[in-house]
Design a protein around this ligand. Sequence first.
Ligand SMILES: [Cu+2]
Length: 196
Amino acid sequence: MKSHNFPSRLTAKFAALLSCTTMTMIATTTVAIAQTTQPKASSRIFNIKGELVGTATFIQTPVGVKVDLKVQNLAQGEHMVHLHEKGKCDAPKFQTSGDHFDPKDVDDDEEDSTHLHHKHEAGKHKPAGDLPNIIVKQDGNGSLTAILPKLTLGSGKNSLLKHGGTSIIIHAGANGKSTIPNVDYKTRIACGIIKP
Ligand SMILES: [Cu+2]
């Protein structure tokens, strides 16, 4: 009797193991599909000394790219934060990150030609990759969440993951006011390359 029982128990164990493996494979495939349909990106942000001072995550949503930014060890006060047009961060000046990321699409061009006069008059054109200013507290920490409606993590020139990449830059100050004595408020004090 036992000699019959033993192999059947073994078979049951093997079957359980097999179904476990199959379940894991299905789960892995589901995660892979979810990641394909909802692209993500992130960035580790370093100051001019190469110290990590922040992290940013980027998630594709139906209304644009959602950005979550957390910083630490920065000067207290208000800092401008922009996405810049190149995926390069060469300290100490971070000029290799280029200008503000501000891709133009067809809809924008039409809108621009209609409203060009008003926009220039107001002087309020906001580049697509400009985030709200971040407020750094006395302890050096700060965080912000924002949606960038004109940008994507998908394909095309509006993508944060376009050829050549993009970066996130934190400036010394905002509204003409610097957080660091004797440093211009526009100075680029930290930079992170945005990666898939
Ligand atoms: Cu900037």
